[in-house]
Design a protein around this ligand. Sequence first.
Ligand code: SF4
Length: 217
Amino acid sequence: MADASVQGSICSGPIDENRSPDPATMRIGGFVPFTSIDYPGELAAVVFCQGCPWRCSYCHNPHLLDARSTELLDWQALLEVLSLRKGLLDAVVFSGGEPTLQDALPGAITEVKKMGFKVGLHTGGCYPDRLEQLLPLIDWVGLDIKDLPEHYPALTGTPGSGERAWKSLELLQASGVPFEVRTTCYPELPAARLEQLTSRLEGLGIVHHNLQEYRPV
Ligand code: SF4
């Protein structure tokens, strides 16, 4: 995943935390205008959505976790940057943080699609219901499956998080939207458990399972 610390200089003023579906209220914590590694086979820009309900010990974008941060980029200014990149980029990837936290995401995705870009989504699968509603809008998903479900709470600090992520995987498989499953090989994940996880995913018919190197924060 691209590093969200590479941010643009299109900072807006403070935006109240709200649940508005208006894309203008998107809380954006970072933007990478060009990457070839965040959407398989496509040149993309990455929009880093601010806020995440989980607190994984290995999170390498901790500055994106606080949903109430006021260090935000302006959505409209970002769209203007994207409009200058039509023909140069194939796709826009919404990453985070956790993009599905925000009610404005469907509207923001629709705006980007109207500009002719494909849309990718990086998600931890925190909100399966919201993911299910979004899937018809999305061209590719990178879903983190961090561990076996029962080991999630020790990592994310959130009871029930494992069931949510694995439910998201089930919905994604049923949707037919292309996706890859990503697992970060964090230090507390023993090799035997990683093998168990890999074989459970294989048993589900998961073809694309990407093991990501752990990077200390
Ligand atoms: S789900 Fe992702 S963004 Fe949220 S804390 Fe975990 S690693 Fe960080």
